[in-house]
Design a protein around this ligand. Structure first.
Ligand code: FO1
Length: 331
């Protein structure tokens, strides 16, 4: 089968589960390797309404990263940003703990307008992604609202209050996903996971507790993953016993989970066929019950992202070639 002159491997569709910054870096590598054969299922537990606007931070991080518009210094928002809106807001004595750049603001205003007009988040993001020239599919995990709440020693905090306003300082006791029991996977997510041309499912090196757990908690979504019958490979977000960026290791320590790649496997219990682990953690995974691939996982440059994406895809194909007890048990 050919598409725009490109010869296609018939079983070439990849699904990647992803949260914010760390996950989006691998998503860029995957999108450059796969083009429209990539479907991203993205966490929306970080979403919230702020100043009357619908904010979807992880979807936007993936959108900006895949379109080359991401602000690399901040790790969120757009490059070449200006901050006039925030400056005026400050002068008005309004809330300024959550920064919205002028260019980024346009997306929030337009998304909010379209959602209020009755369009689904899936449809709004599909149109924005196509206008940004992205060929991969970027799918919210659900169109129903799911809101991550962090239960801390200072009380229950909505995710962005915990993450941005309190800079992850409060000690985490538990994490809950409000609304998740009523949420459903979308028709697009369901179709992607049932696609007969699916080659593998990848869990990006996002925070397992804050970014991937909300996706897996959507009722019906985990069974769809389990029944897909393709290799499920995660990239460990741990390098040398630490998270590269963000609060993953702090949260793991507070939840009493060791910051090891082994603990990541145990966290995704029974789901994974393979784990990609950094060289610094090779000894940590010696006798794991799943296959491991040890390679540098730090993604500083575009080349790092491309190389890791290729390594993940090759690893998944090697797993596919042999029967996996985890995969057989899942089906
Ligand atoms: N993160 C911050 O640390 N400070 C901010 O002011 C901030 C604003 C912001 C605006 C839009 C957006 O899409 C993301 C934004 N983020 C900000 C990042 C975001 O809140 C988190 O990185 C994610 O939710 C965690 O994945």
């Amino acid at each position: 089968m050919t598409d725009l002159g490109r010869t296609r491997n018939p079983k070439n569709r990849i699904i990647a589960l992803c949260g914010g910054v760390g996950g989006a870096k691998l998503a860029l590598g995957l999108s450059r390797a796969l083009g429209d054969d990539l479907t991203m299922i993205v966490n929306t537990g970080d979403d919230f309404e702020h100043l009357g606007l619908q904010i979807s931070p992880d979807l936007d991080t993936v959108l900006y990263t895949l379109s080359g518009l991401a602000n690399r210094e901040l790790g969120w928002g757009r490059a070449d940003e200006s901050w006039n809106f925030m400056e005026v807001l400050r002068g008005l004595g309004s809330e300024t703990w959550f920064q919205l750049g002028d260019r980024d603001l346009a997306l929030h205003v337009e998304r909010t307008r379209q959602l209020k007009a009755g369009r689904s988040l899936t449809n709004v993001m599909a149109e924005v992604a196509s206008r940004f020239g992205i060929s991969a599919q970027i799918l919210p995990m659900s169109d129903d609202p799911v809101r991550t709440t962090v239960i801390t020693t200072d009380g229950a905090l909505p995710f962005q209050r915990y993450f941005v306003e309190r800079r992850c300082a409060p000690v985490v006791e538990r994490i809950v996903f409000d609304g998740v029991s009523q949420a459903r996977p979308t028709a697009q997510v369901t179709a992607a996971l049932r696609d007969p041309y699916l080659r593998a499912i990848v869990i990006c090196p996002s925070n397992p507790f804050l970014s991937i757990d909300p996706i897996l908690a959507v009722p019906g979504l985990r069974p769809l993953i389990e029944m897909a019958g393709v290799p499920l490979v995660a990239v460990s977000p741990i390098i040398g016993g630490k998270a590269v960026k963000g609060p993953t290791d702090k949260i793991m320590a507070e939840l009493g989970v060791p910051t090891t790649s082994r603990a990541i496997v145990e966290h995704y219990s029974g789901l994974l066929d393979g784990l990609v682990v950094d060289m610094a953690d090779g000894s940590d995974v010696a006798d794991l019950p799943i296959q491991t691939h040890i390679t540098p996982t730090l993604m500083k440059t575009e080349d790092d992202r491309d190389r890791l994406a290729r390594a993940v895809l090759d690893f998944a194909d090697r797993i596919s070639a042999v029967s996996s007890p985890a995969r057989a048990e899942r089906r």
